[in-house]
Design a protein around this ligand. Structure first.
Ligand code: CDP
Length: 240
């Protein structure tokens, strides 16, 4: 990975691989919030997020969900299948928190049953506006069948992740995922980490995710580390 990254996100860098059809994703220690207005470097954060992402990609694969994950190469670097990313943030909400409470008259923590799926159009200059099925089709991003397939897969991912967290004393409040295409298939891409989920301790209600950073609620790394310990059996990775 001496070469220039193909793409630099806010917390991950993507590099070409020598293997055609594969990419190298490196989880950096950068953490940002509020459209990049707040930013810091937290040594070891990338390792925690890489570990949780890899763990959940494998967990989902073992339950029939197709993902881009191939394998880890070191504790913050993974090989993934190259996808043509669909510029949508697919957000699942099991409880009301964050932007949905600011924008609509929901009470913080209110349960959504069935869960609410919201999609945002990924466009930094436009601040990722919320999008609907008709606009998705008018923009030629996806057809009806693809939208329906993504919704179905997303709800299944939510069922699997929610159950896994619940058994470990954590409520999966909401999360954001992204999909991409390869050949005719739609695969889960990007990451599943404490940067992209809201997690509340079931007993104490304490946040164990990026909200700790967003709202200065305490030691972010320690919160992320506690999630890793509770989620990954026998985790023994370190801060590297
Ligand atoms: O509260 P905030 O403005 O961050 O956004 P939200 O719409 O309430 O976010 C819902 C969930 O998606 C949270 O778990 C966020 O961490 C996640 N999210 C994300 O990972 N990346 C984004 N660009 C937006 C939301």
């Amino acid at each position: 990975m001496n070469s220039e990254p193909l793409y630099e996100g806010k917390a991950k860098s993507v590099y070409r691989s020598e293997q055609p059809g594969e990419l190298i994703v490196r989880f950096r220690d950068d953490i940002t919030a509020f459209d990049g207005e707040k930013k810091d470097v937290l040594s070891g954060k990338g390792v925690f997020n890489a570990a949780v992402s890899a763990f959940f990609f494998e967990h989902l694969e073992s339950h029939g969900i197709a993902t881009h994950f191939v394998r880890m190469v070191d504790e913050r670097t993974m090989i993934v299948r190259e996808l043509a990313m669909i510029p949508l943030e697919v957000i699942v909400r099991n409880r009301a928190a964050g932007s949905i409470v600011r924008r609509y008259p929901f009470a913080e923590g209110q349960v959504f049953d069935p869960p609410v799926i919201v999609m945002d159009f990924k466009d930094d200059a436009r601040h990722d506006p919320m999008i609907n099925d008709d606009i998705i089709m008018a923009l030629d991003l996806l057809n009806r069948e693809e939208i329906d397939a993504i919704r179905k897969t997303t709800l299944e991912i939510n069922r699997l992740l929610s159950a896994y967290f619940r058994e470990r004393g954590i409520t999966l409040v909401d999360f954001k995922i992204e999909f991409g295409k390869v050949g005719g298939a739609i695969l889960l891409g990007d990451e599943i980490s404490m940067d992209s989920m809201r997690l509340w301790d079931r007993e104490t209600g304490e946040s164990l995710d990026k909200d700790v950073y967003r709202f200065d609620r305490g030691d972010v790394l320690s919160a992320y580390g506690r999630v890793v310990q509770r989620i990954i059996p026998g985790y023994s990775g370190g801060r590297g």
